[in-house]
Design a protein around this ligand. Structure first.
Ligand code: AMP
Length: 332
């Protein structure tokens, strides 16, 4: 059941300048949803600023090679972003995913709206348009563009296709439905170009990225009779492999690939001493698992950031994952 977009359409019609934000460590869905919507807002005479509270990951630098579109928010540059009429947050609904933008957003009295497809939601203090049945936030941007009766340019279609394709693992994850392919068809007819996009994202790896994948594969381990698989990346791996933290983005696919694995985990040591954890599953609800550690996400794909050093975080999360698999509902 599509959302009722009329309150958002009204908000957009009443205002001129929009700040479009997504989650920290922005991915193709967040960026695609932002860029697609920004293009359509510009086409109807609005000003849309695409802002991230992180560095643009090198993998997505091709989206803005001259760095003219995507602006980087930091606590130091916050004042440059105050002069907006409304804030639209795409592809997250939690404070924990907004980084330094969270305190800034709390301080802003302009209208706000969350446009998201994750289960885990905080009250970010504005309108909330959340559809957990949407496979990608890009679909929600598409629905907004249609609700606004705005033009869908070839560029916007391309960005929305990127969002749709990447949040479904290029149409292979369980969130891919017949409707996903219908939308993909419409976006390709409107100008999206999948082949170069695939090459730019999946066939332009640095040597360092592949070497890091080699390290992660070598460290694969299983627990719970093979139902849990995990691997990890520590800080010194980046220097040794010639990789950067953004190169960890797809490493969770390796534990996920092992036959018989129900829950896959990736532990990434953070510069502040904490640990980022990615959770994936075939049917168990890993959003509930991630929420135990102040994270969240989707039923089958979630994340969390623990303050503990990696070995401690690993044991805490593995213990909780083993417990989850023992509960009768875990089979989903
Ligand atoms: P990741 O493992 O970081 O790729 O995240 C998997 C999914 O969970 C993505 O859709 C993220 O947006 C979401 N996610 C990751 N970390 C968090 C968090 N701390 N809180 C809520 N959602 C998260």
């Amino acid at each position: 059941m599509p959302l009722d977009w009329s309150p958002l359409v009204e908000l957009i019609r009443r205002h001129q300048t929009f700040l479009l934000m997504t989650h920290v460590r922005p991915d193709a869905d967040g960026l695609g949803a932002q860029l697609g919507l920004a293009d359509a807002l510009a086409a109807i005479g609005k000003t849309a600023r695409v802002v991230i509270a992180s560095k643009l990951p090198p993998r997505y630098a091709f989206l803005d090679p001259k760095r003219e579109v995507v602006e980087e928010f930091t606590a130091q540059t916050a004042d440059n972003f105050r002069n907006v009429d409304a804030i639209l947050v795409l592809d997250t609904g939690t404070w924990g995913q907004l980084g330094d933008f969270g305190p800034f957003m709390r301080s802003m009295t302009v209208p706000k709206a969350v446009i998201d497809h994750h289960r885990t939601q905080d009250d970010l203090g504005g309108l909330a348009f959340v559809d957990t049945s949407a496979e990608a936030a890009g679909r929600l941007s598409y629905e907004i563009i249609r609700a606004l009766d705005a033009p869908l340019s070839p560029k916007a279609a391309h960005h929305l296709f990127m969002a749709l394709a990447l949040d479904t693992g290029w149409f292979r994850h369980a969130n891919t439905t017949a409707k996903t392919f219908e939308l993909a068809e419409e976006l390709v007819r409107a100008g999206a170009n999948p082949t170069p996009l695939y090459e730019q994202i999946f066939e332009c790896a640095s040597l360092g990225r592949l070497k890091l994948a080699g390290v992660a594969i070598q460290r694969l381990q299983v627990r719970a009779g093979g139902k849990i698989a995990f691997t990890e990346v520590v800080l010194k791996d980046y220097g040794q492999c010639g990789a950067v933290p953004g190169d960890t983005e797809d490493l969770i696919d390796y534990p996920r690939k092992i036959d018989g694995v129900e829950v896959a985990l990736l532990f990434i040591e953070q510069a502040d001493g904490g640990t980022k954890v990615s959770f994936r599953s075939r049917s168990a609800d890993v959003s509930a698992l991630a929420e135990q550690f102040n994270g969240g996400g989707h039923k089958l794909a979630s994340g969390a950031r623990l303050p503990d050093a990696l070995p401690i975080a690993r044991e805490k999360v593995l213990t909780a994952a083993e417990k989850l698999l023992l509960t009768p509902t875990a089979a989903g």
